[in-house]
Design a protein around this ligand. Structure first.
Ligand code: PEP
Length: 250
């Protein structure tokens, strides 16, 4: 049985005061909650303070990206080791905004996955098709390739540290949510690909989150879908009033 995993991707939102106010609310409500795994992904500059604030709770803290290189002349980048050093346990990789706004390729995402795992970070690897790709019936081809290339060279043992997030690009931040049928088909397909790359048993143990306009009023329906093991949440993770209700969705 896979435990649901709900993660909040804050993107480039919130500032120190509002970020801390939010995590204090989460801490007060969730400190001992054990029915669902929860993680927050603040902007880099707040990771250390938020990790310290949430230390001893069951809420994990991660970063939204990391460099594929361990150290050196990479201006503006942050390494996996530096994230571990400030208390992060997770990292989000291959988010559609990284892929489509900053041009990250599957090969780069794969190098980042290796770099993160090498330093002991748990990874959420995001995949998802654009509207054009869905309309062109390319969804499976696109997400299958993103998953396969993103996981290239990953050992079975390391797969246990990876969560997959299926995030249709057309549903991210748009208010358009995938139907249960669309989510169910994509998740089942991804699990099948995992089974082919590893084993059926490992595929069964791997959590696949859905992401894309998850809100309190649609979370229950999405989490009821077979093969949907949680959610990666953007907008609704920025306020306790909209994030906390997501955590009791199953
Ligand atoms: C995301 O950023 O991964 C996301 C799914 O955003 P939103 O929930 O706002 O669509």
């Amino acid at each position: 049985m896979r435990k649901p995993f709900i993660a909040g991707n804050w993107k480039m939102n919130l500032e120190r005061k509002t970020a801390l106010a939010l995590v204090h609310q989460l801490r007060d409500h969730l400190a001992n909650r054990d029915t669902v795994d929860v993680a927050v992904f603040p902007p880099f500059v707040y990771v250390e303070e938020i990790a310290r604030t949430l230390k001893g709770t069951k809420i994990a803290v991660g970063a939204q990206n990391c460099c594929d290189e361990p150290h050196g002349a990479f201006t503006g980048e942050i390494s996996a080791a530096q994230l571990v050093d400030v208390g992060a346990t997770h990292v989000l990789l291959g988010h559609s905004e990284r892929r489509h706004v900053y041009g990250e390729s599957d090969a780069l995402v794969n190098r980042k996955v290796h770099a993160a795992l090498d330093k002991g970070l748990a990874v959420i690897l995001c995949v998802g098709e654009t509207l054009e790709q869905r309309q062109g019936k390319q969804t499976e081809k696109v997400i299958g390739a993103q998953l396969t290339l993103g996981l290239q060279g990953i050992s079975a043992r390391d797969l246990l540290k990876i969560t997959i997030a299926y995030e249709p690009v057309w549903a991210i931040g748009t208010g358009k949510v995938a139907t249960s049928k669309q989510a169910g088909e994509a998740h089942a397909y991804l699990r099948g690909v995992l089974g082919g790359l590893f084993t059926e048993s490992l595929a069964d143990q791997t959590r696949i989150q859905y992401g894309g306009s998850v809100k309190p009023d649609n979370v229950k329906e999405l989490l009821a879908v077979r093969d949907v093991d949680g959610a990666l949440v953007g907008g609704a993770s920025l306020k306790a009033e909209t994030f906390l209700p997501l955590l009791g969705g199953r």
